[in-house]
Design a protein around this ligand. Structure first.
Ligand SMILES: [Fe+2]
Length: 187
C-alpha cells in the first residue's frame, strides 16, 4: 500500500480509499492489483510480464499503451546516480508515466495546479499513472531499489522536460515508510 503525504500540512494518508480519492484530486490514478501473482520478484522480465499479462492488457486498452517492459534498478546499477539526477528535478513528459511496482520503493512528488505538493511512496503491488504533462519528480528510497513494469505509448515521449520552477528544491526526498531511515541530503 502506498503512503501519501500532503506536505503543506504534514498530513499522511495511509487508508486506501483516502489515498485514491486524494490522488484523483491531484489527477493521479492509483490502484493495487489484487490478488498479486505468485511470480518471484526476482524472476526474469518475461516471466513478470507473462504473470501480469491480463492486467497489462487491460491497461493497454484503457491507455493506448503499445509497449510494456520491466525496469530493474538496484544500488549496483551502473550510472544510477546520473539516472536519478535526471528524474529528481521537476519535469513533465509528453507521455503518461505508468508504473506497477514489483519490488523496492520509489518516491514520487506531484506538483499539480489545484492541490499542494504531495509525496507518494510506492511499493510492491502499487500501480501509479502520472498523466502526460503533470509536473512531478522522482527519487528512490534508502534501499535504492525498484523493479517495475512500465507501459509506454511512444518511448520517444518519455524524455523529461524540466520546469526549472525550483519548487523541487524545497522538498527533501524523504521516504516515510516505517522501515526506512530518512535521507538528509539529495545524495
Ligand atoms: Fe517522470
Amino acid at each position: 500500500m502506498a503512503l501519501v503525504r500532503i506536505l503543506d500540512n504534514d498530513q499522511t494518508l495511509s487508508d486506501r480509499s483516502a489515498i485514491s480519492a486524494h490522488l484523483a484530486r491531484c489527477g493521479i490514478d492509483y490502484e493495487q492489483w489484487q490478488p498479486s501473482h505468485s511470480v518471484d520478484s526476482d524472476a526474469p522480465a518475461e516471466e513478470i510480464l507473462a504473470a501480469y499479462d491480463k492486467e497489462i492488457d487491460q491497461l493497454r486498452a484503457r491507455g493506448g499503451y503499445v509497449t510494456a517492459d520491466v525496469i530493474d534498478v538496484n544500488p549496483e546499477t551502473p550510472g544510477l546516480d546520473a539516472m536519478l539526477a535526471k528524474f529528481r528535478r521537476e519535469h513533465w513528459h509528453d507521455e503518461d508515466e505508468v508504473r506497477f511496482i514489483i519490488a523496492g520503493h520509489g518516491l514520487f512528488h506531484i506538483h499539480s495546479e489545484e492541490q499542494p505538493v504531495i509525496a507518494i511512496e510506492v511499493e510492491a503491488g502499487d500501480l501509479i499513472r502520472v498523466p502526460r504533462g503533470t509536473w512531478h519528480w522522482f527519487d528512490l528510497c534508502a534501499d535504492r531499489r525498484i523493479r517495475a513494469i512500465r507501459l509506454f505509448q511512444d518511448l520517444a515521449g518519455w524524455t523529461p522536460h524540466y520546469t526549472e520552477s525550483g519548487v523541487d528544491e524545497s522538498f527533501l526526498p524523504v521516504c516515510f515508510g516505517a522501515s526506512f531511515i530518512p535521507r538528509t541530503s539529495a545524495g
